[in-house]
Design a protein. Structure first.
Length: 525
């Protein structure tokens, strides 16, 4: 017997169904953190209308969720589904967002790590006219704002430049941005001081938004960098979030508990603070991350000019060697090229692999030379293996940690990206909940739904409750798992049976429907 039964609402002599959809016989994990319970869920006009025994109520569609968990659709609070332009946004290129849908994700928040488009209003209106399968919200990026006004130079912003940057941030908030993101490990964001960040966060605070930060240093200066985020909250009154909270560098493993303690102390003091995390021991960013920021002063062209000068190249090389030794455990195999647009033959190869292919010694100086070669040729995105499994668990279990992906919407087969693009949420539910018992299912779903919703002021999403938008994920708790692996990432998660966005199926019986009911979310104060 089919699990999804369609009833025609126009039978002769019959009234229209009381509800559009009823999900019956499932176990509801409502997103609040409380224990699961047996109940049916009824949907009308895109919202959850009733939760309870609906066996006597008619519906246009009935879904048999026997053995399944009925949960709120997951909210990715740190996503790269949007880019620095409309055409450059992965959600525009891949509006079906299948990698997200097959994990149960129904909402993704873009504009992260300080990088976004500045015309937030234009982007959101584009999504209004061309909706994707999932809901999309966006932050305005501090690095993009600074780059547009101050440029790529390492200098203090002038007073008139501060006024212009503040005006851009204010316009973004008026347009519906959820806040200001920063990427302080990247240029030009790295050239800003905490005073600039506080001033630019003040209009965000006025609108009730969030300052979400890729902190200045996720290694040896982790504590100072977390303190800086908290100081932005103290100085501006904005709610703050340490995004993809982690600690890199094997010699430092275990110290992440100290950064969480700073968070707890600030919360006790009255700072509105939180974190998010992706559930992996490797990060992903441009290979340029190995180059010191002083060498990037003036932008990419200035960096290439410095690399062309033998004396400056030698100094940069020394610092890259130091970076690989300290941050990457002196192991060239920990840095892997994910996507090199100028030469796809490098995709998926570590610096150690490239040295071996060339019959060169696999050592740190050689790895530094290869990294600089790749950067000069046009740069590559990379995957960096440098985090502790125990630290991942420590951050995950903190009560103010939401789950995120830090991924986008990849085109299947394009490069060898981080598997977090395909598996972050399913990995938590399959590996960390079912296999490792790190969290209960209820705790995990809370961290994916109502916790991020509350941080974002999404007051009608993130719970299975009457009146809430019917963004719903229905999955088998005994089989949900990520299948994307490092080196072989282009595989969708399994175990999610149905997904609804605003009451419309985007996944039904494990098949994507190609419906696009997603909305452009606008922050409401």
């Amino acid at each position: 017997m089919k699990k999804v039964l369609l009833f025609l609402a126009f039978l002769v002599g019959c009234a229209s169904p009381d509800l559009d959809v009823i999900i019956e016989n499932g176990s509801v994990v409502d997103g609040s953190g409380k224990d699961r319970f047996a109940a049916d869920v009824g949907i009308r006009d895109g919202r959850i209308d009733q939760v309870g025994d609906l066996s006597e109520i008619a519906a246009g569609t009935r879904v048999d969720a026997t053995g399944m968990i009925v949960a709120p659709g997951f909210i990715d609070i740190h996503s790269h589904a949007t880019g620095s332009s409309i055409e450059g946004s992965s959600v525009v290129r891949n509006p079906n967002a299948e990698n997200y849908v097959r994990q149960g994700v129904t909402t993704a928040m873009g504009g992260q790590d300080g990088s976004s488009m500045l015309d937030i209003d234009g982007f959101l209106h584009h999504l209004d006219a061309n909706p994707p399968a999932i809901n999309i919200g966006v932050f305005v990026g501090h690095g993009s704002v600074r780059g547009a006004v101050v440029g790529q130079d390492d200098r203090v912003a002038e007073s008139d430049e501060m006024e212009e940057m503040t005006s851009i941030v204010r316009r973004a908030m008026e347009s519906g941005a959820f806040g200001l993101s920063s990427g302080l490990e990247y240029t030009p964001g790295a050239f800003a001081d905490v005073g600039e960040l506080i001033e630019l966060s003040k209009p965000v605070a006025e609108y009730g938004g969030m300052y979400i930060s890729h902190i200045r240093d996720e290694g040896g200066h982790l504590l100072e960098s977390v303190t800086e985020v908290l100081d932005v909250g103290r100085g501006s009154g904005v709610r703050v979030q340490v995004t993809h909270h982690k600690l890199i560098g094997k010699s430092r493993w275990g110290a992440v508990s100290a950064s969480l303690a700073l968070l707890d102390e600030a919360i006790a003091e009255g700072v509105d603070a939180s974190s998010d995390q992706y559930p992996y021991t490797a990060s992903s960013t441009s290979i340029r991350i190995v180059v010191p920021n002083w060498a990037k002063d003036g932008g990419f062209d200035a960096l290439k000019e410095r690399l062309a000068d033998p004396e400056t190249y030698s100094q940069i090389r020394k610092e890259v060697i130091h970076h690989i030794n300290i941050e990457r455990g002196a192991d060239p195999a920990t840095i892997v090229a994910a996507r090199c647009a100028f030469d796809e033959s490098f995709n998926g190869k570590s610096l150690a692999d490239i040295l071996s292919d060339r019959n060169l010694p696999v050592d740190v100086p050689g790895a530094a030379d290869v990294a600089l070669e790749l950067i000069e040729a046009g740069d590559c995105s990379g995957v960096f293996h440098s985090m502790s499994p125990d630290d991942v668990i420590t951050v995950m279990q903190h009560p103010m940690t939401s789950i995120s992906s830090d991924g986008g919407i990849p085109t299947p087969g394009d490069g060898v990206p981080h598997p977090r693009n395909y598996g972050a949420f399913a990995r938590v539910l399959g590996h960390y909940v079912r296999q490792e018992n790190v969290l209960t299912l209820e705790q995990a779903i809370y961290k994916m739904t109502s916790l991020p919703a509350s941080r974002l002021n999404l007051n009608d999403r993130g719970k299975v409750a009457e009146g809430y938008v019917a963004d719903i994920a229905i999955f088998d708790p005994n089989s949900i798992i990520d299948t994307a692996k490092f080196g072989d990432p282009h595989h969708y998660a399994t175990g999610v049976k149905h997904v609804l966005v605003s009451g419309t199926f985007v996944l039904m019986d494990s098949q994507q429907t190609k419906n696009k009911p997603g909305v452009a979310l606008r922050h409401v104060k």
